[in-house]
Design a protein around this ligand. Structure first.
Ligand SMILES: Cc1cc2nc3c(=O)[nH]c(=O)nc-3n(C[C@H](O)[C@H](O)[C@H](O)COP(=O)(O)O)c2cc1C
Ligand SMILES: [Fe+2]
Ligand SMILES: [Fe+2]
Length: 404
């Protein structure tokens, strides 16, 4: 049985949260041993109930059961879909069936065709305009388009009277926080790294839209008292904390002094060179984050991206493999291209047998992305003293790039 929370989080606004320990790879890619939570909300008004979003289909039975504990399903007059991705709409079809398609479904104009395509449902549908307001009982709902946060049709709903922003993917994060709200500083501290990972993995591709979306929300005068996302913690004590976290891409904030090393090694040649780099970094007072892909260990690629994204500087180590970059590094590079901005200093360490193609290709690819390659050390197989000196020199160039 998954953990479930059903709780009134504000007057007549109920959270329905389920903790998903089943999903091992979010979107089928991102390994999340930390899990993820889905938040749906129910607003009770004197003029009927409004349901906001839903859960992943794996939890349909639980969703309908829990919803029935807070309202008779017949009272659900509206279903607002902030974003049609199945982690929030997996329960829609069953809900519509149970309610005999009575509720009016509300969303972005694209949502109508998306829910038909994804779930085969064609309910009564009202497409809202950007900024449109709608009264329900004593509450006023304001719908704001935030395209590409995370899909083209994403909207957020602001409850104007109570100051609650129901934001779906925006301001969300991975993991299963111990609390519902952000009241406990330790819970927030533990949660933030998962917000960062979620941001890079899930919406990193759309980072310019994140900046635009946040500016738009601010400019439309929305100053929420509560931020109620579709994943993870709800925010009311430290609203600025989560807004700042999401604004980080705007202000290019990285963690001061953080250096991340990512390397692959088939037989230990790259690893030996990386060991030299680590030892030199430590001598200079820097304790790097290390991710490796070897014959004995594989890091989590989602964590790799998260660490690369908030680092000040990066070291990449790999070998030439069949006249190209080692395939796992190629894959990581593809994700870096998709999800990150190339705005950091990088040191490259490559080893090869009969031609350093990896070194040359990596440099070109990283520079094309905008990274500043401060040093590229190419090693013919076994590490020798000359290469060690080059690595030390490279580290010293890299560290010069860190903010003091
Ligand atoms: C399956 C395989 C394919 C390789 N392909 C190439 C290649 O195309 N060109 C090259 O110069 N070296 C090639 N090498 C040699 C490696 O690049 C070299 O041994 C390197 O030092 C390996 O480092 P690692 O064991 O730390 O991964 C290959 C090695 C293996 C095992
Ligand atoms: Fe999404
Ligand atoms: Fe989501």
């Amino acid at each position: 049985m998954p953990s479930i929370y059903v709780k009134e989080v504000h007057n007549n606004l109920f959270l329905l949260r389920v903790d998903d320990h089943i999903t091992k790879y979010f979107e089928g890619i991102w390994k999340i041993p930390e899990g993820i939570a889905y938040n749906a909300y129910l607003l009770k008004t004197e003029n009927g109930c409004v349901l906001f979003d839903g859960w992943k289909a794996d939890f349909t039975e639980e969703f309908l059961n829990e919803l029935s504990t807070i309202t008779d399903l017949d009272n659900i007059k509206y279903v607002v879909i902030n974003h049609a991705e199945p982690d929030h709409t997996g329960t829609l079809k069953s809900l519509l069936k149970e309610t005999k398609y009575k509720p009016l479904v509300i969303g972005h104009p694209m949502t109508k065709s998306l829910i038909k395509a994804l779930h085969g449902v064609e309910p009564k549908f009202r497409a809202v305009k950007d900024g449109e307001e709608m009264s329900v009982g004593e509450e006023i709902l304001k719908f704001v388009y935030v395209p590409w946060l995370h899909w083209p049709e994403t909207i957020v709903t602001y409850l104007e009277k109570t100051g609650v922003l129901i934001s779906c993917d925006v301001f969300g994060g991975y993991s299963i926080p111990k609390e519902i709200f952000d009241e406990d500083p330790e819970v927030v501290r533990n949660y933030i790294p998962y917000v960062r990972k979620y941001m890079v993995n899930v919406i990193g591709h759309y980072r310019d839209f994140v900046i635009k979306g946040l500016n738009k929300l601010r400019d439309s005068g929305i100053q929420p008292k509560i931020i109620a996302p579709g994943h993870g913690l709800l925010w009311r004590k430290e609203i600025n904390r989560i807004i700042r976290e999401y604004s980080r891409w705007d202000i290019q904030e990285s963690i001061k002094g953080k250096v991340t090393i990512v390397y692959t090694s088939m037989y230990g040649y790259v690893e030996n060179a990386i060991k030299e780099a680590i030892s030199e970094l430590k001598k200079q007072g820097v304790n790097p984050v290390i991710h490796k892909f070897t014959d004995k260990y594989r890091s989590n690629v989602g964590d790799v991206l998260s660490d690369l994204d908030d680092s000040e500087a990066i070291i990449i180590g790999t070998a030439t493999y069949e006249a190209g970059i080692y395939p796992i590094m190629k894959y990581i590079l593809t994700l870096v291209k998709e999800k990150m901005k190339g705005n950091k200093p990088v040191m490259i360490i490559t080893t090869y047998g009969w031609g350093d193609i990896a070194g040359r290709s990596l440099r070109t690819e990283l520079e094309d992305l905008g990274f500043k390659v401060v040093s590229a050390v190419s090693i013919h197989g076994t590490l020798d003293q000359t290469s060690i000196e080059k690595i030390k020199g490279g580290i010293s160039l890299l560290l010069k790039e860190l903010s003091s």
